[in-house]
Design a protein around this ligand. Structure first.
Ligand code: GDP
Length: 460
């Protein structure tokens, strides 16, 4: 990490709040000179002499001119977010003042921070591990209660603790096995094989559980591609409006939302359902084969759900059967919803469709059973209960590393089953340790750090 460390004796500055006009903006400085630099601009008090974690009101003066009245928050390292000296200047939120203040700080000796550099420094100073640092980015980007909860949970280290524990136990075993190698003439066994075997099996369960949670994590973090499909006049627009009335999410703020493919986003029980290309499908639906909107279906296959809406008065049991076969052939996660129950009456409907289980009957126009629909939608995309207190993997990098951990654990187990010699067994354990360390950041390389932190915004 030596290259990455260059430039870390410098003091960095950036706007920490969102750019644009606001009541207040915060300019953040971090580094060895943070207090000295602020002192040059803040004549009313000698900040070097003040205690950590204190606030000071006064003017910022540059070139003999007062730029603004600010509140200075003082954090002396290592008791700060980055572990370095940190000063935050809370100023009036005009873009002009913000720029003037940043310029004044740069003039006084700071340099502009790179994206994620504050958090990177926190990581390098041991304030956060890598998984925690990454969850800071997720926390900032969270758009729903569920994604906020999981990011918060990870930032507090929930996930890292489990892995660190495993890693320590494995390190102990690999040390013992390696010790055996030094005594190879004497046929001794320091590492209890039964215990190791039990540890490997537990580790596999823990890791598999975490890896499996990724599907759910992805749903929580990125939302679910959703399409309402069905024949013309089935009531799709009516249903969409009914759902939107209560659950519309603010689309423009959601990252990765392309206006071409996503029309609306619903927030149901903290999960974002992205209604994709519904117009395109709406016009061309007859049976699912003739939809011809393959790209949309591909997206839905990956992680998503189709609401198949039909008019209970129009479609026959045979029509629905064909539709189910088509969905199943394509491996599409679907919800069958019969609409316009108000026209036929509950008992007649139950009778008509009694041979097909799992249909949900609603009246989109009369708002009947819409809550059931929402519950079933959430159940369709979450395996089991949504428990955001549990440890959930949301990060693709962690997922990939967990897969590698699992593979090497399986290799260790297989090696033990076939009586693999200690030196080879120890290689497999080392490989496993390597991947575990990649997640929490015990093992990092410069490219990886650059990649991870470049996705942050400047000022974080
Ligand atoms: P789309 O073509 O699938 O988007 O269908 P629309 O939402 O435009 O609805 C077609 C017609 O069915 C409209 O006249 C709606 O008012 C009517 N409709 C929709 N939902 C219901 C319902 O639950 N009950 C009844 N009776 N009519 C409905």
């Amino acid at each position: 990490m030596s290259g990455k460390l260059s430039g870390y004796d410098e003091t960095i500055v950036a706007l920490a709040t969102a750019p644009g006009v606001g009541a207040i903006a915060v300019i953040r400085l971090s580094g060895p000179e943070a207090i000295t630099i602020s002192n040059r601009l803040f004549p009313s008090r000698d900040l070097e002499q003040q205690a950590s974690h204190t606030l000071h009101v006064g003017s910022i003066v540059a070139d003999g001119k007062v730029i603004d009245e600010v509140v200075v928050s003082l954090f002396k390292g290592p008791r700060s977010y980055t572990g370095e000296n940190v000063v935050e200047l809370s100023c009036h939120g005009s873009p002009y003042i913000q720029q003037q203040l940043i310029d004044a700080c740069i003039h006084a000796g700071a340099r502009m921070a790179k994206p994620g550099e504050f958090t990177l420094r926190a990581f390098l100073n041991g304030k956060l591990d890598l998984a925690q640092a990454e969850s800071v980015a997720d926390l900032i980007a969270s758009h729903s209660a569920a994604s906020h909860q999981t990011a918060m949970q990870q930032m507090r280290g929930g996930f890292s603790r489990e892995l660190q524990d495993l890693r320590e136990q494995l390190i102990r075993f690999s040390a013992l096995i390696e010790l055996e190698l030094d005594f190879s003439q004497e046929d001794v066994e320091f590492a209890d094989r039964t215990q190791l075997y039990a540890l490997i099996k537990t580790a596999m369960e823990v890791v598999k559980h975490l890896a499996d949670s990724f599907k759910m994590g992805n749903v929580i973090k990125n939302g679910v591609n959703t399409a309402i499909v069905g024949k013309p006049n089935a009531g799709k627009s009516t249903l969409l409006n009914t759902l939107l009335n209560e659950n519309r999410a603010i689309v423009s703020d959601i990252a990765g939302t392309t206006r071409d493919t996503i029309e609306e986003v619903l927030n149901i029980q903290g999960i974002l359902f992205r209604l994709i290309d519904t117009a395109g499908i709406r016009d061309s639906v007859d049976t699912i084969e003739s939809i011809g909107v393959q790209k949309t279906l591909e997206k839905i296959k990956e992680a998503g759900v189709v609401i198949y809406l039909f008019d209970v008065n129009e479609l026959s049991v045979e029509d629905i059967r064909q539709q189910i076969v088509a969905f199943e052939q394509d491996g599409i996660n679907h919800l069958l919803v019969g609409n316009k129950t108000d026209l036929l009456g509950e008992s007649a409907i139950q009778e008509k469709f009694r041979d097909i289980p799992g249909i949900l009957f609603i009246s989109a126009r009369n708002h009947n059973h819409i809550d059931d629909l929402k519950n079933q939608l959430v159940q369709k995309v979450m395996s089991g209960d949504i428990n955001t207190e549990a440890t959930i993997v949301t990060n693709a990098r962690h997922y990939a590393a967990l897969q590698s951990v699992l593979q090497s654990l399986m290799d260790v187990k297989q090696g033990m089953d076939t009586g693999l010699p200690g030196d080879l067994l120890s290689l497999d354990i080392r490989r496993c340790l390597h991947y575990l360390g990649e997640i929490t950041g015990e093992i990092t390389n410069e490219d990886q750090l650059d990649f991870i932190f470049s996705k942050f915004c400047i000022g974080k």
